[in-house]
Design a protein around this ligand. Structure first.
Ligand SMILES: Cc1cc2nc3c(=O)[nH]c(=O)nc-3n(C[C@H](O)[C@H](O)[C@H](O)COP(=O)(O)O)c2cc1C
Length: 176
C-alpha cells in the first residue's frame, strides 16, 4: 500500500512514534511517506491508499498545525482509509477518568476539524525532561507525583509500547 503519515510533535515523542511506524510499515512491504503536519498540507491525499495523522495531547489539545491539516483535508480523509494516532500520558495508565478525558479530546478534535477518524489509536507517550523548560519540568514532576510515577528530572521516561503499536497498525491495515 501507499501510505502517508503526517504528524505533529511538541517534545519529539510523536515524531519518534511516526518514524517507528513508517519504518515498520516499510519493512512490511508498504511504500510510506512521512511528513510534518505543516509540510503535509500540500499533499494530494487521493494518491494514497491509507493516511495516518498523529499528534500529542497538551493540556487537552492537539497541535494547531495538525488541527489545521485535518480541517483542510477532512473531505479527502473521508475518502481514503484513515486513522488518528493520539499520543498522551493518560494512555499509559488505566484510570477511567483519564480515558474519558482522552475520548473528550478526540471528540473536540473531530468537532473542530470536521473529520471523525474511523480508527483512533491511543498510544502512551513519554516524559521528556530533556526538552522541558523550568516551568514545564515543574508541572510534569507534579503530574508524575499525582500519578505515583517515579521520575528523575533530567531523565526521560518512555511509556510507548512498541509491540502493541505494531499490532495496532497491522489491525488497521487489515481492516476493511
Ligand atoms: C505541558 C504539557 C501538557 C500535557 N498535557 C497532557 C494532557 O492534558 N493529557 C495527557 O494525557 N498528557 C499530557 N501531556 C503528556 C504528553 O502528551 C506526552 O508527554 C507526549 O509524549 C508528548 O508527545 P510529543 O513529544 O510528541 O509532543 C502533556 C505534556 C506536557 C509537556
Amino acid at each position: 500500500m501507499n501510505i502517508l503519515i503526517a504528524y505533529a510533535s511538541t517534545e519529539g515523542q510523536t515524531r519518534k512514534i511516526a518514524r517507528y511506524a513508517a519504518d515498520y510499515l516499510n519493512g512490511q512491504g508498504h511504500t510510506v511517506e512521512i511528513a510534518g503536519a505543516e509540510d503535509a498540507k500540500d499533499a494530494e491525499l487521493a494518491r494514497f491508499d491509507a493516511v495516518l495523522l498523529a499528534g500529542s495531547v497538551h493540556a487537552g489539545k492537539y497541535q494547531k498545525p495538525l488541527v489545521a491539516l485535518a480541517k483542510s483535508k477532512a473531505h479527502a480523509l473521508d475518502h481514503v482509509r484513515s486513522a488518528f494516532l493520539s499520543v498522551s500520558l493518560a494512555a499509559a495508565g488505566d484510570d477511567p477518568a483519564d480515558w474519558e478525558g482522552l475520548s473528550a479530546c478526540v471528540n473536540r478534535f473531530a468537532e473542530k476539524t470536521g473529520w471523525t477518524p474511523p480508527t483512533v489509536m491511543h498510544v502512551a507517550g513519554a516524559f521528556r525532561f530533556t526538552e522541558y523548560d523550568f516551568f514545564k519540568s515543574w508541572a510534569m514532576r507534579w503530574i508524575a507525583a499525582e500519578k505515583d510515577q517515579e521520575v528523575n528530572p533530567g531523565e526521560n521516561k518512555e511509556y510507548t509500547d512498541w509491540a502493541a503499536l505494531k499490532k495496532t497498525l497491522d489491525g488497521w491495515l487489515a481492516g476493511g
